[in-house]
Design a protein. Structure first.
Lengths: 267, 280, 293
């Protein structure tokens, strides 16, 4: 399988704090790839570096072989990177449909003068965009809410709206920042189904999550960060048992004790 | 034009012109507020348009058809000089720098004899008329309304609501903000040139701090849900001192109080009308 | 003569620094661009005018009284305009706008009530002939500005670094939310900072009204541009920066007026402002205030 996203020696320093430390990460196309680690491990910073909202101190980001490092966030979106945010950042004063339409901004071909003159090309494009937006809303089960003000939606609905908005331009890579946060088990299950559907559509998903059940259930590959460094990368089953991972989450003493217990029970 | 209308216009000429010009200024404020910026340069840009057009007409004897577009372009350089470096800075820098611009230009107009000094420039021929002013105002309203109800309008609102999220949608936030600032400079320059050529006299004290803040009060009173709203705000605040004679001395106090009340209690503006944007 | 120009420049700069000090303090601690600051300046001058003309009080009473009066006005206006926004955690631009409206209303009201004529403090208020020091001419008013500036700045720095209140103020400047959690009464601290800024502005108004022999309702407004230049060039919120930039601006202005043209003073000040924005927006010492992500 081909590598869709690669980071090479990606580093971000903030006045003495190494938030991301020399991370070489590979995300393969058509996978669901999880990024986990204790709080403060650098996951959101890494997301910001990949999506272009932060500039690296060192290193590079490659999408499908193409170096994105010098490009600003809006350019990366045009090339096929999409993301959601921790908490939700929908445009509250706009309707649900309008939110998704802003997601299609990068795909718009007609310009200012076409809009003012309301040319046939402009009208056609608007119609096509609305159709596409409604289709995406169907996918996340929000079609009935299309004309409602986004700010009036429930938290879970706003989450789905954010995902719909990000998916509207059919991105190559979708970055989900803690999508399951604050969700009950039923919502988490339908989120998992949604993520699988997204992978089925050809989009690669890279997600940050703390809900281990969700991560183990849905991911093909797991990357573990601690103190900004990549300490493990592999399939979920292996991740669970890896000593470096246990140590990162549980601390040295507890991890050592667990290893001891495991050894004793297997001997 | 029917006789009674012509008579009415003749009697209240100044007010009618002022309504049109202030309408343009309100739109100039609207475009920057629509992308979530606070620029107070409208009065300064207006002054540049006014002086530029007056000089071109009086001293260079150029035809108005040339004078008008050039006067609209004149403030753009200043807009960019301030707008570009403040793109990555907090919004207060743009606000402060544009206030400063007005003060500086006032000092320049006062001290440069060639620009008329303290006496200003007089004897400007009346090259603009009712149709021109209101025609241009109507055109500007139409263009802004059409833009508002399109993908560009959505992008502007996105930038206003949440810049970072907008960026991630692929919206070039910097371009929208600079674009709005330039548009605001052009509209204000237009208002200045038209104003100069209807009032025959311009002076250095007409484009400073007080007018700049008054323009903000137009937009805050009307709200920015739709381009017509700030224009309505401008018309109310222009007509009120005319209708209530006692109020005209306290006009500026009133404008200031409006701003305070709106910011503290009514963030949507008194005439809040949110644009319903039906796609296509 | 150059030396004389420099002296005049430094003394003018001291008044600019004094003006900018309270303004930058308000930004540093309260995170607000408070445009009614210019009004405190004007108010101080008018209070002194009133006290000296109506009651014949001397400068040594009028000056502190005017400063205190301006401080009180500052507290009142802060409560009226800004306290609510602070509680709601409103964005900076909201505070800027509300003070913008406020200062327009106040200045216009003052002009309507007091008229726009230029008034003067009673002659002979500050004694005597100009001094001649090392061949340079210095008026008593200029000396007074210098001394007052030094005293006020010294007092401010002393307060900030050697008292509990000062500690509370510095804590609020660094981390406003946490300061509240640490038990610092942010409301009272904010009022105190407003009071101090108001006093500084009021004192500045009296001193400048004395030095330039002119008091009118728009004097605060004409200082505004200088205030912006000093505060941005020195760094928003930084006291040292305000001092150095203020002195520097005074010197540059006097030299411009002397060697180029008096009409270009403001243009040069503005050019400095734009230059700083292009090259080093954080100013000499400030932290750059970038857009929030």
């Amino acid at each position: 399988m081909t590598a869709l996203l690669q980071t090479r020696g990606l580093t971000r320093r903030y006045a003495g704090l190494l938030a991301v430390d020399n991370v070489d990460m590979t995300v393969r196309a058509n996978t669901v790839h999880a990024l986990i680690g204790p709080n403060g491990a650098g996951k959101t910073t890494l997301f910001n570096l990949i999506s272009g909202l932060a500039a690296p101190t060192q290193g590079s980001v490659l999408l499908d072989g193409r170096d994105l490092t010098a490009l600003p966030a809006e350019a990366r979106t045009a090339l096929g990177v999409a993301r959601t945010f921790q908490g939700v950042r929908v445009f509250g004063a706009m309707t649900v449909l309008e939110n998704v339409l802003t997601g299609l901004h990068a795909r718009r071909r007609t310009g200012l003068w076409a809009a003012v003159a309301r040319t046939p090309a402009f009208r056609r494009e608007e119609r096509a965009m609305v159709e596409r937006a409604r289709a995406v809303l169907e996918m996340v089960d929000l079609a009935a809410r299309a004309e409602q003000r986004a700010g009036a939606l429930s938290f879970g609905e706003q989450r789905r709206l954010e995902i719909a908005r990000a998916m509207a331009p059919s991105p190559m890579l979708l970055l989900l920042d803690e999508p399951a946060a604050g969700m009950n088990p039923a919502e988490t299950a339908s989120l998992a189904a949604l993520v699988r559907r997204i992978r089925g559509l050809g989009t690669t998903v890279l997600l940050v999550e703390h809900d281990m059940g969700f991560v183990m259930d849905i991911s093909d590959v797991v990357t573990v960060l601690n103190f900004g460094r990549l300490i493990f990368q592999g399939p979920p089953a292996e991740t669970r048992a890896a000593p470096e991972v246990l140590e990162a989450y549980l601390g040295h003493k507890v991890a050592a004790r667990l290893a001891e217990l495991a050894e004793r029970s297997s001997s | 034009m029917p006789g009674w209308l012509a008579d009415l216009l003749w009697t209240y000429q100044n007010v009618v012109y002022a309504l049109g010009i202030n309408g343009l200024l309100a739109l100039s404020m609207y475009v920057v507020l629509a992308v979530g910026q606070l620029s107070l340069g409208q009065a300064a840009f207006m002054g540049l348009g006014a002086y530029c057009s007056a000089i071109m007409t009086l001293k260079l004897n150029l035809p108005f058809l040339v004078v008008l577009p050039v006067s609209c372009a004149a403030p753009v350089a200043f807009a960019l000089a301030i707008g570009v470096p403040t793109l990555r800075l907090s919004g207060v820098y743009l606000a402060i720098a544009t206030i400063g611009l007005g003060e500086v230009l006032r000092a320049v107009y006062l001290n440069v004899d060639w620009l008329g000094g303290a006496l200003g420039l007089s004897g400007i021929p009346e090259q603009a008329d009712f149709w021109m002013i209101y025609g241009l105002l109507g055109a500007a309203l139409a263009v802004l309304w059409l833009i508002g109800r399109s993908g560009i309008g959505r992008a502007m609102e996105a930038v206003r609501e949440d810049e970072t999220a907008a960026q991630v949608m692929g919206i070039d936030v910097a371009r929208y903000r600079l674009g709005a600032l330039v548009a605001s400079a052009v509209l204000a320059g237009l208002a200045g040139a038209l104003g100069a050529h209807t009032s025959s006299f311009i002076g250095p004290n007409e484009y400073g701090f007080e007018p700049a803040v008054s323009i903000l009060s137009f937009a805050l009173l009307g709200g920015i849900g739709t381009p017509a709203a700030p224009v309505a705000g401008a018309w109310i605040l222009t007509l009120l001192p005319e209708l209530l004679r006692g109020l005209s001395d306290l006009r500026l106090v009133f404008n200031g109080v409006i701003i305070v009340i709106v910011v503290l209690f009514l963030p949507e503006g008194l005439l809040a009308v949110r644009m319903r944007r039906r796609a296509a | 003569m150059l030396a004389q120009q420099l002296v005049n420049g430094v003394l003018l700069g001291a008044s600019y620094a004094l003006f900018a000090l309270g303004f930058t303090l308000m930004f540093g601690v309260l995170r607000v661009i408070n445009l009614t600051y210019g009004f405190y300046f004007t108010a101080g001058a008018f209070v002194a005018l009133f006290l000296t003309r109506a009651f014949g009080l001397g400068i040594w009473v009028a000056l502190p009284a005017a400063a205190l009066a301006a401080g009180a006005i500052a507290v009142a206006l802060d409560w009226l305009l800004l306290a609510r926004l602070r509680r709601k955690g409103a964005p900076e631009l909201a505070s800027l706008m509300v003070t913008l409206g406020g200062v327009l209303a106040l200045n216009s009201a003052a002009t309507a009530i007091l008229g726009s004529d230029i008034r003067r403090l009673p002659p002979g208020l500050v004694a005597g002939e100009p001094f001649i020091l090392f061949g340079l001419r210095v008026t008593t008013a200029q000396l007074l500005i210098l001394v007052a500036s030094l005293v006020l700045v010294g007092a401010l720095v002393g307060l900030l670094h050697a008292t509990r209140f000062g500690l509370a103020i510095r804590a609020m400047a660094e981390k406003p939310d946490i300061a509240g959690l640490m038990g610092i009464n942010t409301g009272r601290t904010a009022a105190l900072v407003s009071f101090m800024s108001g006093c500084l502005a009021g004192a500045g108004g009296v001193l400048i009204g004395l030095n330039f022999n002119a008091i009118h309702p728009y004097m605060g407004e004409s200082m505004m541009l200088r205030g912006f230049v000093v505060v941005i060039a020195g760094g928003l919120g930084d006291i040292r920066g305000a001092l150095i930039a203020g002195l520097g601006l005074g010197v540059v202005e006097v030299l411009t007026a002397g060697y180029l043209s008096s009409g270009l003073k403001e243009a040069v000040a503005f050019a400095i402002l734009v230059g700083v924005l292009w090259t080093r927006p954080s100013g000499l010492f400030g932290r750059p205030v970038l857009r929030q992500a």
